[in-house]
Design a protein around this ligand. Sequence first.
Ligand SMILES: [Zn+2]
Length: 691
Amino acid sequence: MSSRARWAATAAALTLGAALAAPPANAEPAATAAPAISLSAGEHALIRFRLPDQATLDRLVASGADLAARPRTDSGAVLADLVVDDAQLRTLTASGAVPVQLIERESDAAARKPAGITRLQADTLQFLQAYWWTTNGKTFLQTQVATTATDDPDVEITVTWKTADGTTGTYPLVRFEDSGEYQYHYALPQPLPGKPVTVTASSSLGGTSRAVTPATWPGATPPPTPAGYQKDFIAAYMTPADIAARIKRLARQYPKLVDVINLPNKTQGYRRNAVAYLGDPAVAAVVVESVKFGDQSMNGVQVRTVDPGAPNRALSASYADRVLTVRLATDGAGKTISTTDDVAAFISAKYPQRFRAVVETGSAGLPMPVVAPVRLDDGLKGTEVSQKPWTVQALRIGKVRDGSKIGVLAYSQEHAREWATPLVTLELAERLLANYATDPATRELVDNVDVFVVPTVNPDGANYSFNDFNFQRKNLVNHCTGANRDPRYRDSWGVDLNRNYTVGSYFDGYVGGNANCLSGTYAGTAELSEAESSNVIALASAHPNIRFAMNVHSYGGYFMWPPGSYKAEGRVTLPRPTIDESKFFLDSARRIVGAIAAERGTVTWPAYTGPVADVLYSAAGNSADQLYYELGIDAWDFEVGNDRWNEATQEWEGVGFQPPFDEAHAEAQEYAGGLVELVRVAKNAQDQAGS
Ligand SMILES: [Zn+2]
């Protein structure tokens, strides 16, 4: 919104009179003193007012008034220059403000414009980004342009590029709004025949930008690795059990460089309550589930309903030999009369320690049928997966692990389905350890940095993703109640761990989390309600030497930092980093993006490098924001798995959460290179602080 639009909205919502007239109820009505300044209907003008007092000025500013200047006078009068329309002029005057000078009218401007302006509506264009790069022999250009015509959804913007040999071309941009607010116009990276030397933008309103020379992106390359540098330690996707075995092996192989840290909060485990439909959900059914988990001797328990075969019986039940028998109520003629609601309520009330029952959606109030025994089952398909609560582990890698060295935390798989992400952090761990003995540069890092690696934050969800439902994002804790516990929703239960943290959370009113237990971004019952998210914060809190963190997700090819969320009203983000911090984030990002690109030419787009809230979306209650705002850690996020350019179709193509292993392997290699560079960034920061 422009400041003018804000002012109009404020005036409409609150009315200016209220803003002005609040305390001085006894202020003398000044309408009679109004000089001969009047405006025609809808006309705007810039007018100097004498205000009754300083408080009036303060309220005007607070209400969003379009205050052009606040002239000082020797006499101590409170003056303010305001752009108002006729209605606002009347309101102000009635509230005690005295218009003392009509500085200029709307209509005055036409005659004062410089010659040559013929289209009054022409906008001004500004390049926010213009970057080019070469990947695998192909040159790309990415641009973002902002127009001053922010409220006009129909503005079309075209970018014209020119290469050194004079070749030119154009492409259109698309408008990008977020949370109802105009951000900029952009396009995906465009293939070019060579390096661009200039770009210009023009709009359908007649606006043009100045010519800009695109900068190279990322403009940084990592130091070369020496001959014999070891990498490629990942042979397949890894389950939580595979990861636990790898952690154990690394600790055994490198005892002088590795500690294994058991994080304090055990997870629920790969478990579910045992459940069955008592009846046919297509006709009439009650959902019966065990209060304990299925593996706690409740899988296989049977439930049935029977007709007692006698008149005037009350609803009753008995539980013996792992069979729950519900005897339906009968009327005087011996006909069963219990409803689904009766049966569900009766089971829950009679066996609160053992069973919960709810009416299946759509079966409310129906006659309860006689049902032959059905077996409760947790429905979990991973027969080889341990059902014990899981201990999440961190590898601590470094020559000096007493907290005296600067710490870096790399953690992955908050989201279960992001199978490539533990491969990234484990590849980092292996590279640091395997090259320690032979590569002086690696030794310098491991001798001077304390590296914490949590390959899988969410092992229960990961097991579910591998065995039951590949798109599982959340953990396995089911906070749903009532009909939402129907097993038909089994693939929608769980908490989005990266919405369960405390800063800028859903519970604080920020955008991007959800209170619905079936939502993909369900924020949990409270901040840090989950063991998994609590573990991340416990690890970071227990090791205050950690100054840098990387939260590894997939997919999309993003590289981000705080702020990660905003409030919907006005799109107010968490506080922005300072200019110096922002520069550090960006400079470091360019180094890390350069290191990622060194592997197979994958260039993370400049438009996808920046604060989460700007380049992706608002993610209320994410972990990086808590690490940054509460613990003072420079906390970043990767989304590994960049779009790939398809030369045949001339399109960018997404890679997904679980690409063919060759792609996941390549992602692990390139992003592990990025993490090595992050460790180097940390070491450089420590060197600077110590010098
Ligand atoms: Zn994710």
